[in-house]
Structure formats: C-alpha cells, structure tokens
Write a protein that binds this ligand. Structure first.
Ligand code: COA
Ligand code: MG
Length: 309
C-alpha cells in the first residue's frame, strides 16, 4: 500500500455496503467486525468477511478487517477463522483498543502460527487503534511493538469515553470545543503522531461522525493534515473525495516545494546556505519540509516514480 489517505469503515455484516466499499475510491476499505456488528451476529459476519476476501476483486486495495478487541470472547476466532478460511488472502488487520504493547504481541504470535499452518510466505500487517487512556500513555511502546505494525490510528469516540470527555458525536467539534481554548484533542493527537513518527509508521486520524456535514468533515481533515497525520477514517462514501484531496499536497504546495528545492540547490552550488525566495528565507530546514511534500506527492501518484523533485 503506497498511501493511506482515506480508510472507509464498512460494517462487516453488510454485503451490499462491502461491495460498494471495495469498489470505492478509498485507499483502504476495512470490513468491521467490532463496533458496527452487534454481538449476536459476530459469527455470521465472519463468514461474510471471508466471502468478501475470497470472492470479490479488491483491485489494489489491501484485504483488511477490524477484529474485536482482546478483552472480548470474539477476538481469537476473528483471527483464526478469517485468516484460515480466507486461505491467507488477508493483508491487513486493525486491532481496536490497544492498551499496551503486549496486546500487539498476542496478535502477532497467534498470526505467526496461523500463517505457518497455511504455509504463507508473507506476513499480515497490523494497525493499532489508540483510543483509551491506557493506550495513549503506552503509545510510544505500542508503536514499536511489532515489525508487522504499519500505523497508529486515533479513535476519538472511544478515547472521549475512556477519559470521560463529554462529546455528542464522534470526532465532531461541538459546544464543548467552542468553550475550550485551543483544540481539545491536540495533546492526544500529537502524542500519537510523534509516537508513530519515532517508530517510522503512519498516523491515521479517526472518523468524523456527522456524515452529511461536508464542511465539518473537510475542517476535521485539514486539522489532522495540519498536525502531520497521513490520512483519516471515513464512515460514508461521500467523505472519500475530500479526504483523498486533503491528505495529498495541492498542486500549489507541490510547485512551491519543487521551487524551494531548485532554489536551494542552486544556492548551494554558489556556496550559499541561505537564500531568499519570494521574500521568504530558505535554508536546510525548508528543504526537509519540501522533501516531505514531494515524497507525499509521489506516493499520491502526482509524480513519476523516478522524478526526483
Ligand atoms: N460503506 C459502504 N457503503 C456505504 C457506507 C459505508 N460505510 N455508508 C453508506 N453506504 C452506502 C449505502 O449503502 C448507500 O448505498 P446505495 O445508494 O447503493 O443504497 C449509499 O452509500 C448512501 O448511503 P446513505 O443512504 O447516505 O447512508 P445510510 O443511511 O445508508 O448509512 C450509516 C449511514 C452511518 C449507517 C452508514 O454510513 C454506515 O454504516 N457507516 C459505517 C459505520 C461503521 O463502520 N462504523 C464503525 C467504525 S467507526
Ligand atoms: Mg473505537
């Protein structure tokens, strides 16, 4: 998976929505067995997910599901039944409510045995949701807990519940946010982001629950992007285009980055470490920022693979 701007959550029990999600423009479509599936139909939903992995064409999308958390009686069957019955077709598993690195270790160890039993040569990748107070205070260790781990995901609804922050809707700014000076979740999000960056993995923002409020969703995407997040969950297909747009550089951002790199290289050739461009100071820090933009543009397919800047 080159890029993970948009991650569409699809109830794992809903075949119609699964077909739509798999065919969507989202970078990832995750089939959810956790909160979108009531306890009475977890087993039934597993077979729907297996059918989706074995019968549908996923194009370039990783075959992904969200298991139930480790403190439920469902999690081990989610892993064993789905991976075995899909005959190794699974690419990515999302673990909700990760509280400590040992939670990832349990999943990693179990998967190692299931993969060996199937004779799988590649490893299934993992993503960990940080959405509890425990998960947050352990997120640095969680981020480094397994070679399989490719992302930390911030879970705004469960996190609010875990620390008893009042919130009427998942990931949505409400009257509490109007009175709070600053962004109520800034600390949580930035801590997750820094933990992910230290481990060299992605940081993904959780969903914006008011799926008819396009402007609110865009703002939520922009806040996460401004903090450095790589992508965001979507709960409705209508949220995908904005998410894909916001989590890739704009043409203007890319052009500026390319101009910065060119101007700086030219300055270096003349023996200069600092140069002015459009009345802005450019030094080595600007180059590092510009390279982040160019790398992101390349991952989003805005540049040829071999184009250097
Ligand atoms: N994935 C795939 N398709 C979806 C979808 C999703 N998450 N959400 C909506 N759709 C489809 C609908 O089936 C409908 O398809 P149709 O036009 O072919 O009938 C179309 O998109 C428009 O849906 P709409 O009528 O606007 O919404 P809805 O009332 O059917 O669904 C929700 C609203 C919130 C119930 C639904 O979006 C949903 O279940 N989202 C995912 C929830 C989830 O996964 N939560 C757990 C993780 S946070
Ligand atoms: Mg959650």
């Amino acid at each position: 998976m080159k890029i993970e701007r948009s991650v569409l959550s699809v109830p794992g029990s809903n075949w119609k929505m699964i077909q739509k999600g798999v065919a969507s423009e989202a970078d990832v479509a995750l089939l959810d067995l956790e909160d979108a599936v009531p306890p009475g139909i977890k087993a039934e939903a597993r077979s729907v997910v297996v059918s989706a992995f074995t019968e549908l064409s996923w194009g370039g999308k990783p075959r992904t599901f969200r298991m139930n958390a480790l403190d439920t009686p469902f999690f081990y069957r989610d892993l064993i039944d789905i991976v075995e019955q899909s005959k190794g077709a699974v690419d990515l598993i999302i673990i909700p409510k990760v509280n400590r690195p040992e939670d990832v270790y349990v999943v990693d160890t179990l998967l190692t045995q299931v993969e060996a039993g199937l004779g799988m040569e590649r490893q299934i990748r993992l993503e960990a949701q940080i959405e509890t107070a425990d998960g947050l205070v352990n997120c640095e260790a969680i981020a480094r807990s397994s070679d399989r781990l490719v992302s930390l995901i911030y879970g705004p609804g469960d996190y609010s519940a875990s620390v008893r922050m009042p919130s009427g809707s998942i990931g949505v700014m409400d009257e509490w946010d109007q009175l709070y000076p600053g962004h109520r979740y800034q600390y949580v999000m930035h801590r997750i982001l820094a933990a992910a960056r230290v481990a060299g993995i992605r940081a993904i923002d959780g969903p914006f629950g008011n799926f008819r409020d396009e402007e609110g969703h865009r703002k939520s995407c922009l806040i996460a992007r401004s903090m450095g997040f790589d992508g965001k969950w979507c709960i409705h297909p209508a949220q995908i285009p904005t998410t894909n747009e916001v989590f890739a550089p704009s043409v203007e951002e890319l052009e500026w980055a390319q101009r910065v790199i060119a101007a700086y290289e030219e300055a270096n050739e003349k023996g200069l470490g600092v140069v002015a461009l459009d009345e802005k100071m450019i030094d080595a820090a600007n180059i590092r920022m510009a390279r982040v933009t160019v790398d992101l543009a390349r991952a989003a397919g805005m540049l040829d693979e071999d184009e250097q800047s």
